[in-house]
Design a protein around this ligand. Sequence first.
Ligand SMILES: [Zn+2]
Length: 159
Amino acid sequence: MEKITSFTINHLDLEPGVYVSRVDNYAGAYITTFDLRMTAPNREPVMNTAELHTIEHLAATYLRNNEEWADKVVYFGPMGCRTGCYMLLAGELTSRDVVPLVTGMFEFIRDFEGDIPGAAARDCGNYLDQNLDMAKWLAKRYLDNTLYNITEKHLVYPE
Ligand SMILES: [Zn+2]
């Protein structure tokens, strides 16, 4: 079988950032896949599943309630390697287009207080596996180290 595109990205020098991994066209409709990389692959500890699960719940809530973007949200979810998240949006987009959205989303997570949306037995398949404090810590780290001063190197995958 052919190696799929996302496995051809050189992870050796990759730094946290907001990257477009692919743009697909389904019957005339574009969908852009973003890799929200929150840790340096293979060089920093990965995120634990509980905090990644909390990030997923809060990020999905934020995106689906965002007035500007809600109707373009296709998917949000964690990467299996636990170094970041995938965000799929309708439209042919660049990383620059979504920096304000991603920044607002992680500020929402960093500042979140109260009950995690959907963290209930009826709404989630593993509702006890949550860690809000670590999710907030990771969101702050991504904002401070990456999103607030993002440069081209952290927006575009190296060739
Ligand atoms: Zn869940």
